[in-house]
Structures are given as structure tokens and as C-alpha cells.
Ligand binder design. Structure first.
Ligand SMILES: C[S@@+](CC[C@H](N)C(=O)[O-])C[C@H]1O[C@@H](n2cnc3c(N)ncnc32)[C@H](O)[C@@H]1O
Length: 262
């Protein structure tokens, strides 16, 4: 499991994620509702994944455009095959911490992604540079205290054989930041009117095991073969008591890109 999530975005099981990520899509409705849009803007979906939420964003932009960015080739492929025929879309495989666009965009939207990125200073600097002065940032990701039961179970199982040999010393793959440090980082990156807050949510996925594997175990998928992966997922689900729900804490952020001379 990568201890440096910012070094190279992991490849994801795009199809499985698409089928199981219904809680993330449900929660994203309120986040999308915070974007102030006329319908003709160009908006980046930062960490667009398989395009589930990109589709909802696109519906708000009848005369605009969405640039979907994701670091996972499988996700970009899936999003492109779903929505790529629409001339209002384009998808690119890029690391968000070094985002390069041909033009500055009106807004950056992101759902369920920033906690996969270790260096939030670098991330926010990259997003600010890609946004026009006065443009918006509206995002939600895992925040301080998110999925505490899952991180505790990972710490136990990753210290056990045979997994300890694969993962070494356990380090959480996520960056669950709090609102206070996030506000400071956003202001330092060149944003103003910054508001960040935490919100508790409970996920009731239809397929808890599939959801667990596709959401939490994406980095493990990269380092384990099929047999090891199944044993690992079995052991974790047992450690968690075969859960049907998962407790989340979401970090919300809204901000405006500062004008240079302010
Ligand atoms: C949980 S998925 C969220 C997908 C989508 N936004 C949604 O709400 O369903 C997180 C996504 O972030 C992407 N990601 C993680 N780190 C990244 C990085 N540094 N650069 C670009 N994408 C990244 C992953 O590849 C994955 O598709």
C-alpha cells in the first residue's frame, strides 16, 4: 500500500467503483449545489473517477464544458467511454498536484478525491494556478476522523502475517485534514472567501463488500495478487465485524480565487 499517495496516483478498478460508489454520488448533490453557475462555464471535475458525478455536473452546464481530470488511466478510460461523445466534455489523465491546462477555468469542483493526495499545499497551489481570478473552488473529501473504524482495522490487519510482509510498517494511505489547516492552506495558495467545515455521514452501500474493496482497497489492489487480495479483504471485513454501514466524516470547502492585485 502506498505510503506516499501524492507520488503517483493509483490505478483504480473503474468498473467496480462505478457500480458501488452510490454513497459518494448521493453526497455529491449538495456539493454540486454550492457551485454558482450560469450554465456556460468551463469547470474542472478534479478526480472525476469513472464519471458518475461528472454526469451530474454536466447537467448543470447546458452551454458550458467539463474537463475531467483523473490520475488513474482506468478511470479516465471509463469516464471517456461513458461521456466522451458529448462535445462539452474532455477527459485527461493527470496528477492534480501538477495540473496543466491550456486555459484557466471558471471553477474547480471535486468530490471524494483530495484525501487521496498527501500534499495539500501543492494540490491547492496547482488548482489555484489553473483557475481564473474570481473563479470558484467547491469540494468535498474525507476529513479529520473519517472512517475511523476502517483505519483501526487496517492498522491491526496490516501488522499481521502474511500482510505485514507486504505492507511493512502501517501508514494510512489517506490524508484526512481538518477545516482549520485547510483554510490556512487555501488562503496561502491564493484563495479568499474561504469556508471549510466537517460533516458526519453514514454510508449504507447496497453491496458492502464490493463497496469496501472498490473504495478503501484500491491501493492494495496494486500490490496484491487476486488470491492475496481476497484473503486481505476477507480478514479486514472480519476484523470490522462484516459491516453493512460505514461511518464517514466529510470535509467541505468553498473558496474564490483571489485577484492578483488584492
Ligand atoms: C473516490 S474516487 C472519486 C471519484 C469521483 N469524483 C466520485 O465522486 O465518484 C477518487 C479519485 O481520485 C483520483 N485521484 C487520487 N489521487 C489523484 C491525483 N493525485 N491526481 C489525480 N487524480 C487522483 C483517483 O484515481 C480516483 O478516481
Amino acid at each position: 500500500m502506498s505510503s506516499e499517495p501524492e507520488s503517483r496516483p493509483a490505478d483504480w478498478e473503474a468498473d467496480k467503483y462505478s457500480r458501488t460508489a452510490t454513497p459518494q454520488r448521493e453526497w455529491s448533490e449538495a456539493v454540486l449545489g454550492r457551485l454558482v453557475l450560469n450554465g456556460d462555464e468551463t469547470v474542472v471535475d478534479a478526480g472525476c473517477g469513472s464519471g458518475n458525478v461528472t454526469e451530474d455536473l454536466l447537467a448543470k452546464l447546458p452551454n458550458g464544458r467539463v474537463i475531467g481530470i483523473d490520475g488513474s488511466p482506468s478511470m479516465v478510460e471509463e469516464a471517456t467511454s461513458r461521456l466522451g461523445d458529448d462535445p462539452r466534455t474532455s477527459f485527461q489523465c493527470q496528477d492534480l498536484t501538477g495540473l496543466e491546462l491550456e486555459e484557466q477555468v471558471d471553477a474547480i469542483f471535486s468530490n471524494a478525491t483530495f484525501h487521496w493526495i498527501g500534499d495539500h499545499e501543492k494540490l491547492f497551489g496547482s488548482l489555484a494556478a489553473a483557475t481564473r481570478p474570481g473563479g470558484q473552488l467547491v469540494a468535498q473529501c474525507g476529513g479529520r476522523g473519517n472512517v475511523a473504524e476502517v483505519t483501526a482495522a487496517l492498522a491491526v490487519v496490516n501488522a499481521e502475517q502474511p500482510f505485514a510482509g507486504v505492507f511493512g510498517e502501517f501508514e494510512e494511505p489517506w490524508n484526512f485534514a481538518g477545516p482549520e489547516e485547510t483554510e490556512i492552506r487555501l488562503v496561502a495558495a491564493g484563495y479568499e472567501d474561504v469556508e471549510c467545515w466537517l460533516e458526519e455521514r453514514v454510508a449504507h452501500p447496497e453491496d458492502p463488500r464490493g463497496f469496501f474493496e472498490a473504495s478503501f482497497l484500491a491501493p492494495a489492489r496494486e500490490v496484491l495478487d487476486d488470491e492475496q487480495f481476497t484473503a486481505y479483504a476477507d480478514r479486514l471485513m472480519a476484523e470490522l465485524g462484516e459491516p453493512t454501514t460505514f461511518n464517514y466524516v466529510r470535509l467541505n470547502m468553498t473558496a474564490k480565487r483571489k485577484y492578483e492585485n488584492e
